[in-house]
Design a protein around this ligand. Structure first.
Ligand code: CMC
Length: 437
């Protein structure tokens, strides 16, 4: 940790002596107050349920300026990366800290594309699931099961062994996601084709059948590749913090990533794109554009639990920069497919406009987030709604592993163990069952 001469003085009104706490500066972003010695010196904890003001680690990977609406991976703005790099270059950047040169890019692609196949036994494991199981539950299971295939050979103190596990995860996620999809629709699994690009190979595994080859469309491949890039990492969000916390016990990395997938599934996190498309479909089915005002009134009603999905963010209090790029991609894909008049897209644009002019959303700084348009793009690409969060998980895997690696190699790394404010019963005796109320 960085040394610091700047201090915060903490005073107490209960007679506890004042203490000085060091303040550290990052390269950019808010300063942090180091409270690690607080308990030792005062016998008190801090309380921050939901981590509203707490930095859980120091990190060099991703930075978000929520007020500016800025997202940087290793210092590079997301817009630059989305416009000039493909997803595997972004993976290389997140894992290694620098963009690859031409030779490194080729080497990395070859390395990843050599690990795309999964153990043949995996399909028998998959067959134990019901066909109508939610693909996120299947994916959580499949990635967790990978720990059973690669456990004893991973020595976490060995950098090379960690690297192999990381490459395996990036390489096999598309295969597992496509298998989960094929299983749900009752089609045979399509083996990877390593001659294709990472994203084209994934689309082929999703959409080809043994009787019909999949024709790669570069505009659509580029769109999905961009979705992957936009979702690759996002600081210490819930699923990333889950991976770090789970991984901090020294568990198998496949198991830690599986925990991240489970967390991502929730509608307040990665499940929002699925929930957003569902919301658009519901509005469309109940009258479409004419019913938007009625829907917005419901969202604003304090007694209803309805939220405008795809709007709002814990960190962005301005446009999510990913949402702007996603809207651009949405136009490109719909044009390529001749779907410019897509009613859901028109509905989404009208809904966005109305919300952005409404004081409820303006005063709370609620802007569209990445999920507002990503569902429409994925639907146009032929990806079914229930697979959306799996696509997010596929893309976020690299972020999770980069953060896991950073944690494991941090000299200050400790098992994560939050404290609590206990408000339950104090110590009491167990009464005999005959006298219990
Ligand atoms: N629709 C209506 N009201 C909202 C919304 C929304 N989407 N989001 C926040 N609010 C209101 C909320 O009711 C509260 O109002 P009040 O102050 O009157 O009680 C205020 O705005 C602050 O909300 P909050 O829930 O305290 O904010 P949060 O930071 O805890 O929640 C959020 C962030 C993303 C969970 C929330 O905005 C939300 O539920 N959005 C919809 C789901 C969504 O789109 N999630 C995807 C997030 S982006 C993907 C990712 O990065 O993982």
């Amino acid at each position: 940790m960085i040394e610091s001469d700047i201090k915060a003085k903490l005073s107490f009104s209960d007679g506890t002596p004042d203490i000085d706490l060091p303040i550290y500066k990052g390269t950019v972003g808010p300063d942090v107050i180091d409270i690690r010695k607080l308990y030792g010196q005062t016998g008190k904890f801090t309380y921050d349920s939901g981590f509203l003001s707490t930095a859980s680690c120091n990190s060099k990977i991703t930075y978000i300026d929520g007020d500016k609406g800025e997202l940087l991976y290793r210092g590079y703005p997301i817009e630059d990366l989305a416009n000039n790099c493909d997803f595997l270059e972004v993976c290389y950047l997140l894992l290694n800290g620098e963009l690859p040169n031409a030779g490194q890019k080729q080497g990395f692609e070859e390395l990843v594309m050599h690990h795309t196949m999964v153990h043949e036994q995996m399909q028998f494991f998959l067959r134990g699931f019901r066909r109508d199981a939610h693909p996120m539950s299947v994916l959580t299971g499949l990635v967790g099961a990978m720990a059973a295939f690669y456990h004893d050979e991973i020595d976490y103190s060995d950098e090379k062994a960690r690297e192999v596990a990381q490459i395996r995860l990036i390489a096999k996620m598309p295969t597992l996601v496509a298998m989960a999809y094929k299983y749900s629709v009752g089609q045979p699994f399509i083996y990877p084709d390593n001659k294709l690009s990472y994203t084209a190979n994934f689309m082929r595994m999703m959409f080809a059948t043994p009787c019909e080859e999949y024709k790669v469309n570069p505009v659509l491949v580029r769109a999905l590749d961009r979705i992957f890039t936009l979702h690759a990492d996002h600081e210490q969000n819930a699923s990333t913090s889950t991976v770090r916390l789970c991984g901090s016990s020294g568990t198998n990395p496949f198991a830690a990533i599986s925990a991240g997938i489970a967390c991502l599934w929730g509608p307040a996190h990665g499940g929002a794109n699925e929930a957003c498309l569902q919301m658009l479909n519901d509005i469309q089915a109940n009258g479409g554009v004419d019913k938007i005002h009625e829907f917005i009134a419901q969202v604003k009603d304090k007694n209803s639990s309805v939220r405008l999905m795809g709007f709002g963010h814990r960190v962005y209090k301005n446009f999510d920069p990913r949402a702007k790029l996603m809207r651009e991609t949405c136009y490109e894909v719909l044009e390529e497919l001749g779907l410019q008049d897509d009613p859901l897209f028109k509905l989404a644009m009208t809904l966005e406009k109305i919300a952005l002019e409404d004081d409820y959303f303006v005063s709370r700084k609620l802007y569209p987030n990445v999920d507002f348009y990503s569902g429409i793009v994925q639907r146009a690409l032929g990806i079914p709604t229930e697979m959306f969060t799996c696509i997010f998980a596929l893309a976020r895997t690299v972020g999770w592993i980069a953060q896991w690696e950073e944690m494991i190699t941090d000299p200050e790394y400790k098992i994560g163990r939050p404290r609590q404010l206990y408000v339950g019963e104090t110590s009491r005796k167990v009464p005999n069952i005959s006298v219990r109320k």
